[in-house]
Design a protein. Sequence first.
Length: 276
Amino acid sequence: MRIRVVTLNVWNTQGDARRISLINQELRALQPDIISLQEVVQSENIRMLDEILEGLDIGSIHQVDLQRFLPPFADQYGGTAIASKWPMRPLEALDLRLAEAPDVPWATLAAVVDVPNEGEMLFIAATTAWRPSAEAARERQVQAIVDLDLRHRRALPTIIAGDFNADPDSSSMRFLTGRQSLGGRSVLYHDAWDIAGEGVGFTWTSDNPNAKAGIDQIIRQPEYHRRFDYVLVGSWDGHPKAHALVHSAQVAFDKLRDGIWLSDHFGVAAEIDVGL
């Protein structure tokens, strides 16, 4: 069965307040089956997830639904959410804060999705440490994400989608895509963009005015273009009786809508044929 997966870092409540309704319009156009969202503020006073998905007839879970407490900074920078047009069951919200990366309020969220006529599939909405210098923390975090997969893996290939704050040549992403080991272990997830994307696929770039302010503050270089957002699919090694064939991958949320940039990140939309 062909499914469409979309991931987007929605940039919490910063920027033009009209962005959220425009993200909703873009999702209506993309018609995803499963969505990974990062930096979604969901509190008593701010219900970003509800606004983003309004009228889409799609179910959702947010990390606050599973966590017993609100991590520091979550009220300002939000958390992770999964939305699915099919029934799903939340499994775990993985707290990825570390001593060297304490300011990471975004959990990595795991849910089982019932794919029609195919069965259960594990879907993980992921994010990692945001600081450019925090690659050592990201190395530990991606290994924890792999362990999360191992705890809940189903026969259908796992799909992991989100903002990893790391480009494809980083050690964390090289580990996930089978190009290097970490801690004496190795794994393989296929990067949908590597398989079916066209062009460079940058998702956090100074070409986006919303991103440029953060780039000017954090990177402090005039030009900065990176691919930080991914859709990853489990490989034969972990799912020998199933397949997840990447049909297409494209950058999404990368165009002006009504003169407004939708986020500080661009997103990724991938079509994947999954089955046993």
